[in-house]
Design a protein around this ligand. Structure first.
Ligand SMILES: C[S@@+](CC[C@H](N)C(=O)[O-])C[C@H]1O[C@@H](n2cnc3c(N)ncnc32)[C@H](O)[C@@H]1O
Ligand code: SF4
Length: 408
């Protein structure tokens, strides 16, 4: 528990009296993201900031993260934490003691909401039950397991180093040990049939997750998959086919009691990911660790931060300069509003037009073309109710085009 800072930097004051009450991140929660940049192997489809390292000096990393926590707490210590997210890379390769120490420090540095969600991303290859129990004892209450596929050929084609049995054992252990279990799956993979995917989904449901992230395979520039794709050696389902996969996924998961609350994310009641909701609702979060991004409302401004990306350079920056942050910039009103619009349209709840106007400091019609909005509502791709604008299930299938069509 910490006392209030002398100068309250939690968020800029709401502008009273103006026509557009200023929006700020404080209204949508405050989270902490910790990026762990190492994996045992680099998957050929992945462009996350992750590296394979021969040896990791866990003690040095622990000290660097702790120093970064102290640094970022100095300007946010009065805030109340809603979530902590260890992402990567493969945070299940962190020493559990490091996770325990970071969480103890976070408890000391910020006040915590009543039920703080603490997620750790894990690869099935580093999930033996003793290790998972150590993470739970450290304070993790949500395990997010990168299962990706529940089919041997699918895992092989994705270049994963674990098999289906290992993924299932890890999910079963995760289910026993953690109150909340998420499984990450990737669909619309090379050579995957719709029937095959539906069988994988059934196997995933048998593992009784609270939450499923079902991502369509994206061919990310610069990855081995992108090179193979360009050379014609890797083909993925076309847009229409992907839409069929998405519709069937939605239908089956809704039948199974999950709500699709974000384009790729499905939750049982009460189990939406609180941390990711902070991103999608344009809340505030601190990002520490190599390449981590953050957003903060400070003194009435919306600030974007980005840390040094390369792990070795980040470590040196923290050790030698006492700061891993590389970029800190003030987002202009339009930038902040566009970011909010793009993220919030991914959500079933959609975007709040008053909040959008708050970010913009002007009527929302200055950012979104009301005629385009009306046309897309008539076409059944958008829904406008009170002051909320959401994509329909049809609209979600063409979200990028929708956003392009309505943004001025
Ligand atoms: C940081 S990883 C999760 C934990 C761990 N590194 C693992 O892979 O098991 C985040 C997730 O992003 C998804 N992902 C990464 N690259 C992707 C891509 N090109 N297309 C679709 N999903 C992708 C995967 O589902 C992955 O589980
Ligand atoms: S998908 Fe996960 S394990 Fe594979 S390279 Fe990316 S972060 Fe690492």
């Amino acid at each position: 528990m910490t006392s209030e800072p002398a100068q309250d930097l939690r968020a800029g004051p709401l502008e009273a009296g103006g026509r557009h009450e200023r929006a700020d991140g404080a209204q949508a929660g405050f989270g902490l993201y910790v990026h762990w940049p190492f994996c045992r192997a680099k998957c050929p489809y992945c462009d996350f900031n992750s590296y394979v390292a021969e040896a990791i000096e866990q003690g040095r990393w622990r000290r660097a993260y702790l120093a970064e926590l102290e640094r970022v707490a100095a300007e946010t210590s009065g805030r109340r934490l809603r979530s902590v997210y260890f992402g990567g890379g493969t945070p299940s390769l962190m020493d559990p003691e490091t996770v325990a120490e970071l969480l103890a420090a976070a408890r000391r540095l910020w006040r915590w909401e009543r039920e703080v969600e603490v997620t750790l991303e894990a690869n099935p290859g580093s999930c033996d039950p003793a290790r998972l129990r150590a993470f739970r004892d450290a304070g993790v209450n949500r395990l997010s397991l990168g299962v990706q596929a529940l089919d041997e050929e699918g895992l092989r084609r994705l270049g994963r180093t674990h098999d289906v049995a290992t993924a299932i054992r890890a999910a079963e252990a995760g289910r026993r040990i953690f109150p909340i279990l998420n499984l990450d799956l990737i669909y619309a993979r090379p050579g995957q049939s719709l029937g095959g995917w539906m069988r994988e989904l059934e196997r995933a449901l048998l593992l009784e997750p609270d939450h499923l992230s079902a991502y369509e395979l994206t061919i990310e520039p610069g990855t081995p998959f992108a090179r193979q794709h360009r050379a014609g050696r890797l083909s993925v389902p076309g847009e229409d086919r992907r839409a069929v996969f998405a519709r069937r996924t939605l239908r089956r998961l809704e039948e199974a009691g999950f709500a699709c609350y974000e384009v790729s994310n499905f939750a049982r009641p009460g189990r939406m990911c609180r941390h990711n909701l902070i991103y999608w609702r344009a809340g505030d979060w601190l990002g520490i660790g190599p390449g981590a991004h953050g957003r903060l409302s400070l003194c009435g401004d919306r600030i974007a931060t980005r840390a040094v990306r390369a792990p070795g350079l980040w470590l040196r920056a923290v050790e030698e300069r006492g700061c891993g942050e590389l970029v800190r910039e003030r987002l202009g009103p339009r930038e902040a509003a566009v970011e909010y619009a793009i993220m919030a349209l991914r959500l079933a709840e959609g975007l709040d037009l008053d909040r959008l106007a708050g970010f913009l400091g002007a009527p929302w019609e200055e950012l979104l073309d009301p005629e385009a909005v009306e046309r897309l509502v008539e076409a059944g791709l958008l829904v406008l109710e009170d002051s909320r604008l959401c994509a329909s299930a049809q609209g979600w299938l063409r979200l990028d085009a929708l956003v392009r069509a309505i943004l001025r």
